[in-house]
Design a protein. Structure first.
Ligand code: PHE
Ligand code: ZN
Length: 876
């Protein structure tokens, strides 16, 4: 059977629901195979809808076992029920209650949407449209209801029963081995924020008093025995709460806030009201088991989900086209939080690397879409880097344009004017327009079309007039010929041979020039000598900048710029130029590598000890993917890989002795207590970046150092870094250490995920065979999303040479996994398939092989809507 083209849902077709649901009373009796859900819905016609309309409730793979209207069973001719919906032909014209009974099998639910079980724990996932897999409902985000939930389960199987809102009652069911808990959520919410959890769980807790004087019981629930690994997450909750009070004036609004870690989860985490459910990878941490990156991710994702309580829950989205309204804004908020908790410059560089690695390629490929999409076939395919990361950049630009104070006032206005409603991007911008008196219609164009703008800049120095002129030209490739120019904040400064210049121009306010037209120029007066412009400081807009600066000019920025981001960026630009030229020409010589190495050496000499985290980033070359995305067409991943390896060798040869000394100097003092904080993590990051380069210069010495580090490491960061370095050096030692590691952590699936990932990323011809072996290893499982992402996901995203093998074996491996997975978990299958997103930019042989793999998928029978949508758009 061929899947039919899924229907397209369009933003322009939005209309309010014909009915509203004011209250939802749920009684959920948990059972492994037949959980029974009784929903009592208080319905009424929507004054804004069509009078006399049918009531059409959504369903997905549901079975109806009971239906009553105002307490009376409905005759069969009054309704029609299918697994996908329930229609009442002639609902009452006034308020009425509908009692709907459904039975679902949580154990058989492999899609991990709706009610399912993860390692025996009952849990739910309702965003975007999972609630309709629990009961028939108006499953759309503009239907806000007050929920009361009674959860019942066998006490033995599920001693812990959690729901949204506040706990109101618990008790035994007399004469049975069952018990119940009743939860009440006073805040009206859309169904996608509904959640329950039932299971055998351990927990850690503390109390938190909000700025409004509310005492909140915070809890983090995890697999029993892992409570000690939940402390960091619990602390991150409290820090998030304090930060949101201080920075955005937002206080928490319930008596409890719970976080539950589950091991089978499609995404990172979910912001259900008062009951956030997390992928356990983003909760569990201890020095022995978690890396510094894990700690940073946990802190960021705990914050992200908590911040949704205001940006997403109190103010939610009118429809799924507005997804960026909650996601872009909340990513921006979590980025600001992490920047305040850690090093702002280091964090900003990380954000930009993610954007360039994930969003720029998306924008340049067949899956490109506006930050606010105009249509979709499957909403679950729109939880993308564009909606999240570019969405966050738009909020950041808005703040840059209107200034910090006006931004905060606008946010206050947005929250208060839209509290308890389902809002739109227009509502968001209107708050800032009212606050500032500005017309933001032009700025709103950022939401409307895909494409990463290109900003061509040229500088002209007039030695006689002592003026310096910058000419800007913006283009929007792929946005359509009629695309209007964007409003682009350009944070800038000028750097003279000896340091920053005070360059003034009336159009530059607080260091920001606003480019609003296709072309514009800026002239600075009284410039004594040819300067170097420092443009898009702190990455002030998500654009590609084209400016012909020499390496020497770029490296002037590294030496003298006051903007940390551009200091890092300058070295990246030089490295990119070298890599692109080498990849294109295939020549052995790397023109300019000595200059870069010398500049890095001087930088390290002065600054590595002062800011090792920043220095570690300076040592990291642009990724293969970033080079590919800059080249943009006719890409040969092998050529990029070999250019990058040669540049690494050149830099390593020059820096190795210096790195070895710094690595010793930055060692932790013996007996030092573990700290996950940024300073200690930064030292580890530098030491491990140094180790990696030392191993490039001298594999034998590198292997010895790596093995020593694996044996003596006090942290998972160091142990894994040793293993990752060793994994790049073929030989007996590597295989022995990999095997020993697997044995040591046989009972730690989250650690073995990293072991899988390290091996999936090995850039060697044998990796395909290795992955085949790993797929049969007990550490791997096709049913757990984290395992699949660690092995096949990492292979497809972080191993460009092997994924893009000329013989097509890499594509076949991923395509086979997509098809196998689609039967059980379409969301994960579809996400894996997005790895083919840049296929059109490949050189012809690989392009043909990738296309064949994609066509093979597209023509397979019985595809899910998720996979059919990605395959179809990828080939369109
Ligand atoms: N809303 C979640 C988040 O960002 C992501 C998510 C989407 C989780 C869909 C599960 C399902 O924060
Ligand atoms: Zn989110």
């Amino acid at each position: 059977m061929r899947t039919e083209t899924p229907p397209t849902i369009r933003l322009q077709d939005y209309r309010p629901s014909d009915h509203l649901i004011d209250r939802v009373d749920l009684d959920i009796r948990l059972d492994p195979h037949a959980s029974r859900i009784t929903a009592v819905l208080a319905l009424r016609p929507n004054p804004a809808g069509t009078p006399g309309a049918q009531l059409v409730l959504d369903g997905d793979e549901l079975g109806l076992v009971g239906l009553a209207l105002d307490g009376k069973a409905l005759p069969a001719e009054a309704y029609a029920a299918t697994p996908a919906g329930l229609t009442l032909h002639a609902p009452p014209q006034g308020p009425f209650t509908l009692t709907v009974e459904t039975v679902v099998d949580p154990t058989a639910n492999t899609k991990l949407m709706g009610l399912y079980r993860s390692s025996g724990v009952y849990c739910t996932q309702c965003e975007a449209d999972g609630f309709r897999r629990i009961t028939y409902f108006l499953d759309r985000p503009d239907i806000l209801s007050v929920y009361t939930t009674r959860i019942e389960a066998a006490r033995e199987e599920a001693p812990v029963l959690l729901g949204n809102g506040n706990p109101v009652e618990t008790g035994d069911v007399p004469g049975t081995d069952r018990h119940y808990a009743i939860w009440q959520d006073p805040h009206p919410k859309p169904a996608y924020l509904f959640a329950i959890v039932g299971g055998r769980l351990g927990h850690v807790g503390r109390s938190f008093v909000t700025s409004e004087g509310r005492e909140v019981a915070l809890g983090v629930y995890v697999e029993p025995g892992k409570e000690a690994r939940a402390d960091y997450a619990l602390d991150a909750v409290a820090r998030s709460m304090t930060w949101d009070e201080e920075v955005f004036g937002r206080a928490y609004d319930l008596d409890v806030f719970n976080v539950v870690a589950v091991s089978d989860f499609n995404m990172g985490a979910m912001e259900n009201k008062g009951l956030n459910i997390f992928n356990d990878k983003y909760v569990l941490a201890s020095p022995e088991t978690a890396t510094d990156a894990d700690y940073a991710n946990i802190e960021a994702i705990i914050a992200h989900e908590y911040f949704h309580n205001w940006s997403g829950n109190r103010v939610t989205c009118r429809d799924w086209f507005q997804l960026c309204l909650k996601e872009g804004l909340t990513v921006f908020r979590d980025q600001e939080f992490s920047s305040d908790m850690r090093s702002r410059a280091v964090h900003r560089i990380g954000e930009v690397r993610t954007l360039r690695a994930r969003q720029f390629p998306e924008d340049a490929g067949p899956l490109a879409h506006p930050v606010r999409p105009k249509h979709y076939a499957e909403i679950n395919n729109f939880y993308t880097a564009t909606v999240y990361e570019k969405g966050a950049e738009i909020v950041r630009m808005l703040k840059t344009l209107i200034g910090e104070a006006a931004f905060r006032n606008g946010m206050d206005r947005y929250f208060s004017e839209n509290d308890g409603t389902a809002a739109t991007v227009e509502d968001f911008l209107a708050a800032f327009a009212t606050e500032t008196g500005r017309d933001l219609a032009h700025f709103a164009q950022w939401y409307e079309r895909p494409s990463t703008p290109r900003i061509a800049v040229s500088g002209h120095y007039d030695a006689t007039a002592k003026t310096y002129r910058l000419d800007f030209r913006q283009t929007r490739p792929g946005a359509g010929a009629d695309a209007p120019p964007l409003v682009i904040p350009v944070a800038l400064g000028l750097i003279g041979p000896d340091g920053p210049l005070t360059a003034t121009n009336a159009r530059v306010r607080d260091g920001v020039f606003v480019l609003e037209s296709a072309e514009d120029s800026l002239t600075f007066e009284n410039i004594a000598a040819q300067p170097v412009p420092s443009l898009f400081r702190d990455f002030s807009a998500p654009v590609r900048v084209e400016m012909a600066l020499s390496d020497a000019e770029q490296l002037t920025l590294l030496r003298h710029d006051t903007d940390a981001f551009n200091r890092w960026e300058s070295a990246q630009r030089v490295a990119l130029r070298i890599l692109i030229e080498a990849a294109r020409s295939g020549s052995e010589t790397l023109d300019g590598s000595e200059g870069l190495a010398a500049a890095l050496a001087a930088f390290l000499d002065g600054e590595a000890l002062r800011d090792p985290a920043f220095a570690a980033l300076m040592l990291a070359l642009p990724s293969e993917g970033e080079v590919a995305s800059e080249i943009g067409a006719n890409i040969d991943p092998d050529a990029i890989f070999s250019a990058r390896r040669r540049l690494r060798q050149a830099l390593a040869a020059r820096l190795r002795d210096q790195l070895a000394v710094l690595r010793e100097q930055l060692a932790d003092p013996a007996g030092a207590a573990f700290s996950p904080a940024a300073a200690a993590a930064g030292r580890r990051a530098f030491r491990n970046a140094a180790l990696d380069l030392i191993a490039v210069a001298d594999p034998e010495r590198g292997a010895a150092l790596a093995r020593e580090q694996i044996a003596t490491a006090a942290t998972m960061t160091d142990r894994l870094a040793g293993l990752a370095t060793l994994a790049q050096i073929p030989g007996e030692a590597r295989e022995a250490e990999l095997a020993a590691f697997a044995e040591l952590y046989a009972d730690e699936p989250l650690i073995l995920d990293k072991w899988l990932a390290i091996q999936a990323a090995i850039a060697e011809d044998d990796t395909i065979a290795r992955i085949g072996r790993l797929q049969r290893h007990p550490a791997f499982s096709m049913t757990n999303p984290n395992r699949v992402r660690s092995l096949v996901g990492v292979f497809s995203l972080a191993n460009p040479t092997q994924f893009n093998r000329v013989d097509g074996a890499g594509y076949a491996l991923v395509a086979d996994t997509v098809l196998a997975l689609d039967k059980r978990n379409p969301q994960i299958a579809a996400r894996l398939l997005t790895a083919f997103g840049s296929w059109r930019q490949l050189e012809p042989v690989r392009r043909a092989a990738a296309e064949a793999a994609l066509r093979g998928i597209a023509s397979a029978g019985g595809l899910s809507r998720d996979v059919a949508d990605i395959a179809g758009r990828s080939l369109a």
